[in-house]
Write a protein that binds this ligand. Structure first.
Ligand code: F6R
Length: 230
């Protein structure tokens, strides 16, 4: 069941997001699935400035670009260090290695790691096209961690973080839909008009692989925080 909370004021919305996460920590969640992207910035800021302690917790990130050096400021490992890990280290943090010689082998390694650990909590943003992680429209619901070809629209949406569209990687490694669905609890944050179509599909549409986020209707414990009135 989806628990949808519409909160127009963004400061209030992100305070609420922080509290959902804090409650999970206090209730004993140990393994956290994390996301990158603009949506997460105000949440990570709140975590950085909080008393929360993750030194007994483990994190796994949803995705990473293929072929971008780890030291590149827009690699997701760099993003996570800047936004969270430098200030709030976990006992162990895992991301797909975007520099692996063989990205497919790396995806298999990451999936094996995910199969071994139960994710207590998964943070999700949403793509304008309804993607979660980098599972683009048409991805099988039973997909595991895999290498994806990024959609042109996704690369354009992310080009704002790079000097030009050419610099945006064309591939990524992402947790699959089934990997995401195994998490005990999910917090989805959808903020801004650009996310309206995708959110509308989740709240009003049918479950379809053409809009990956719609699978969340089948998950037993999803909180959706949004500033959009649908
Ligand atoms: C990020 C991720 C993506 C983003 C989505 C929204 O790790 O997996 O699914 O959550 O693309 O991105 P923003 O927040 O930049 O709009």
């Amino acid at each position: 069941a989806l628990k949808v909370e519409t909160i127009i004021d963004l400061d209030t919305l992100y305070d609420r997001a922080f509290n959902v996460l804090k409650e999970a920590v206090h209730n004993g969640s140990k393994n956290f699935g994390l996301a990158t992207g603009g949506t997460m910035l105000p949440l990570y800021e709140r975590i950085r400035n909080s008393e929360l302690d993750f030194t007994q917790c483990e994190s796994v990130n949803l995705d990473e670009y293929v072929g971008l050096p780890k030291a590149h400021p827009e690699s997701y490992i760099s993003f996570m260090k800047q936004q969270l890990f430098n200030e709030k280290p976990f006992k162990k943090s895992n991301l797909p290695n975007g520099e692996a010689q063989d990205p497919h082998e790396e995806a298999a390694r990451y999936e094996a790691l995910l199969q071994k650990m139960k994710l207590d909590f998964q943070l999700l943003g949403i793509g304008e096209n309804g993607h979660i992680g980098f599972n683009e429209p048409g991805t099988a619901f039973d997909s595991e961690t895999h290498v994806v070809e990024l959609e042109e629209s996704t690369r354009i949406a992310n080009a704002r973080f790079f000097n030009s569209l050419d610099e945006v990687p064309t591939k990524a490694i992402t947790m699959g839909i089934s990997s995401i669905m195994r998490a005990e609890q999910i917090l989805l944050i959808a903020v801004g008009e650009k996310k309206r179509t995708a959110l509308e599909a989740l709240l009003k549409g049918e479950v379809t692989e053409e809009i990956p986020v719609t699978i969340l209707k089948k998950h037993p414990n999803v909180t959706v925080l949004t500033d959009l009135v649908i």
